[in-house]
Design a protein around this ligand. Structure first.
Ligand code: C5J
Length: 222
């Protein structure tokens, strides 16, 4: 298939679906569900939940195309041997990584809260990257998977905009991928951080890549 073009900021984004991966970052129950760990800390999960429907639309469009779909989850081994002590103690929180939360042990693989929300649950054949850090490339086999599929472009969705989403975008940008953020498919507990991150992304001629939205992508893929 030839290259597709879509309206984006700071200028038109071009991509070849066969050489493109949709990366859906950390849409995990503990971050998004009422009654999960984030809400128990006082975070307003409705700020994140607004991204679910647009991501669902993009996911459905991608499933009917040649785009490779990849999901990520932030979390650690049950023995926490892959969790840096600095990450565990940071913030002096009362409840730390590995402690019991409302949906099982916090940020521990295999616990209910660590899993992906039902609305966006991965289908068979869609790789899931379990990452110990904020970036999806750090200490994972993401780059190998992208290399083996000759992927050149990354379309990035998920949470949170300024943390795991943007760390991944920066990592991908430095590795030479053409990265696109979909503004309604990423979200933050802090709307001002979300807005500024979108502005930073497209500043200086697209210093980290492009910004567009779910409708524009879905139409381009149709
Ligand atoms: C993600 C976080 N996924 N905010 N994690 O952004 O700690």
């Amino acid at each position: 298939m030839a290259k597709l073009k879509l309206a984006a900021k700071p200028y038109e984004y071009e991509f070849e679906p066969k050489k493109t991966a949709l990366i859906i970052i950390d849409m995990q129950r503990d971050f998004l569900e009422p009654g999960g760990f984030a809400e128990s800390l006082g975070d307003d999960v409705s700020q994140l939940r607004r991204a679910i429907e647009p991501i669902k639309n993009v996911l459905e469009a991608a499933r009917s195309s040649e785009v490779l779909i990849i999901h990520t989850r932030e979390g650690h081994r049950p023995d926490l041997s892959d969790a840096p002590p600095a990450k565990i103690i940071r913030g002096h929180a009362k409840v730390k990584i590995g402690d019991m939360g409302p949906m099982g042990r916090i940020l521990v693989r295999g616990e209910p809260g660590h899993d992906i929300i039902e609305e966006l649950y991965p289908q068979k054949g869609e790789p899931i990257i379990d990452k110990p850090g904020k970036g999806s490339f750090y200490q994972t086999d993401l780059e190998l998977i992208l290399h083996n599929r000759d992927i050149k472009s990354l379309i990035i969705c998920g949470v949170t905009t300024e943390v795991c989403v943007h760390t991944t975008m920066r990592e991908g940008n430095d590795r030479g991928y053409e990265c696109l953020l979909l503004q309604d498919c990423v979200a933050s507990y802090f709307p001002e951080f979300h807005k500024t991150t979108l502005e930073i992304t497209r500043a200086q001629g697209g210093i980290f890549g492009w910004v567009s939205d779910s409708n524009t992508l879905v139409k381009a893929l149709a």
